[in-house]
Design a protein around this ligand. Structure first.
Ligand code: ZN
Length: 93
């Protein structure tokens, strides 16, 4: 999977995060991204912590089920959480 063109934006519309499935409200920051998955051009929005989780996760190679990941949580190939030390309340989840 190739991730491209990520950028932090202030959203002008409500979006659904493709990582956790929760809403990204108007005015919140987000990552707007495009990637190629199985030959298909894909675009989506991520919460900043979900973008971080994706980039820590082994799913960057293997793909993931959209909207079904815990918010801001990455897992390794064994299914164990990879904590984000920059977000203390999430690191303890
Ligand atoms: Zn999210």
């Amino acid at each position: 999977m190739n991730l491209r063109d990520s950028e932090i934006t202030k959203t002008r519309k409500r979006h659904r995060c493709v990582w956790c499935g929760m809403h990204i409200e108007i005015g919140q920051s987000a990552h707007s991204s495009a990637w190629i998955w199985e030959g298909e051009f894909q675009t989506g929005y991520f919460h900043p912590e979900c973008w971080s989780a994706l980039n820590r996760s082994d799913y960057t190679e293997d793909g993931w089920t959209e909207g079904e990941q815990p918010r801001g949580v990455a897992v390794d190939k064994y299914g164990d959480p990879i904590p984000d030390r920059s977000i203390p309340e999430l690191a303890q989840a």
